[in-house]
Design a binder for this molecule. Structure first.
Ligand code: ATP
Ligand code: MG
Length: 180
């Protein structure tokens, strides 16, 4: 499983539809300060269901919608589609390619789609729940976050690693079983 592409439309600084294609392996995004590199990462967190404006480096959720520049009017909605290669069947769905779309309007209304079919956030979360991707799974390490991991107490750092590796839920189950 790997990320295949990301399309942003009206998301933050990406007013016009922009598609980034990823190959298996490492992708680097380079550019000057303020050119939108972190906005790309925010878009991945957002399409996976991020609900916190702060986590997206904004004050309110509406801040993800293109706010306009001197030469360009603000837009009424933001839309992001993340396409995942599922040819190894890592995601529990009968498609070799899975596209997740999230859309949000200035009214605050939002919607999600899996392969073009409207669904709930819960369906997106369930689809990704055992895949290791999803929000709050330490798959996205923000600017400055690395520093806090390196300076964390050993037990906190262990918790980060266990959560990322997916062993935390097994440990909880073990503890529960031992209590019986
Ligand atoms: P750095 O190298 O400093 O980390 P960066 O490439 O990560 O920079 P970003 O933080 O991704 O840059 O982009 C910041 C830019 O995005 C700013 O110019 C900001 O004005 C713009 N931006 C953020 N939200 C919106 C929005 N809703 N509408 C229009 N532009 C936006
Ligand atoms: Mg940045």
């Amino acid at each position: 499983m790997h990320l295949k592409s990301l399309t942003l439309k009206g998301f933050k600084s990406f007013a016009s539809a922009t598609t980034l294609r990823f190959e298996p392996g490492i992708t680097c995004v380079v550019g000057p300060n303020g050119s939108g590199k972190s906005n790309v990462v925010d878009a991945i967190a957002w399409v996976l269901g991020e609900q916190g404006a702060k986590a997206l480096r904004g004050g309110k959720m509406e801040d993800v919608i293109f706010a306009g520049t001197t030469g360009r009017a603000p837009l009424g909605r933001a839309e992001v589609t993340l396409t995942i290669d599922n040819s190894d069947g890592a995601l529990p769905i009968e498609y070799s390619e899975v596209s997740i779309t999230r859309r949000m309007f200035r009214s605050g209304e939002g919607e999600y789609e899996i392969n073009g079919d409207r669904c709930r956030l819960l369906d997106v979360q369930e689809l990704l729940s055992d895949s290791g991707i999803g929000r709050e799974m330490h798959v996205l390490v923000g600017q400055g976050k690395l520093d806090s991991y390196l300076h964390a107490r050993p037990e906190d750092r262990r918790a980060f690693i266990e959560e990322a590796a997916g062993v935390l839920k097994h440990r909880k189950r073990k503890e529960k079983a031992l209590r019986k």
